[in-house]
Design a binder for this molecule. Structure first.
Ligand code: COA
Length: 151
């Protein structure tokens, strides 16, 4: 069941979020992505969460003033106290016939916290579909890579 592992948030980009040429500031979209990752992590963990890490943030297409931005956050891996969340951001010019296009992607590591602010154990997630198993295995590889780098 994906419904407790996925959350989308949308917003039309406003002048206060853009520069004078109409390009939306990267930080505005990153904030939306962090909010989406936080929302899905809270939904899964049913407790407070914090962002511990962001990996492989990529800006693939410009985001322009007036466009509709949708951030979809999906939990692909659950560790002892952490969740890895893939966030895919799509941008759509509502006045054109072109549909939504992927503009940014990133992997967020969110940590579940108990009432005293300590990392809290999570219910494991067993990937069932072939796609979920692939995403799960990729998350384990990423985790092993950054743990090696942190040593
Ligand atoms: C994230 C945080 C809670 C981890 O606390 P900690 O005492 O280091 O916790 P632990 O060493 O027990 O690690 C807990 C989990 O977090 C993971 N973790 C900790 N730091 C990490 C990092 N930099 N990158 C990825 N994972 C990390 C650990 O691998 C562990 O995962 P697991 O339980 O699934 O195996 C702490 O560093 C913190 O509060 N950071 C600030 C978070 C914040 O303010 N974010 C922005 C606002 S939301």
């Amino acid at each position: 069941m994906k419904s407790n592992r996925e959350v989308s948030i949308c917003q039309i980009m406003l002048p206060s979020q853009a520069n004078m040429a109409g390009n939306v500031h990267g930080g505005e979209i990153m904030k939306m992505m962090d909010s989406a990752a936080g929302a899905v992590a809270i939904k899964y963990a049913r407790c407070n969460v914090v962002t511990a890490r962001v990996d492989e943030l990529q800006f693939l297409k410009p985001v322009l003033l007036g466009s509709l931005v949708t951030c979809t956050a999906t939990i692909v891996y659950v560790g002892n106290t952490t969740m890895e969340v893939v966030v895919c951001t799509e941008v759509e010019d509502l006045e054109s016939d072109i549909g939504p296009e992927v503009a940014l992607t990133a992997y967020f590591t969110m940590v579940a916290l108990d009432k005293s602010g300590k990392p809290r154990k999570l219910t494991p997630f067993e990937p069932v579909t072939a796609e979920d198993q692939l995403l799960f295995a990729e998350a384990i590889e990423r985790r092993a890579l950054y743990k090696k780098r942190l040593k």
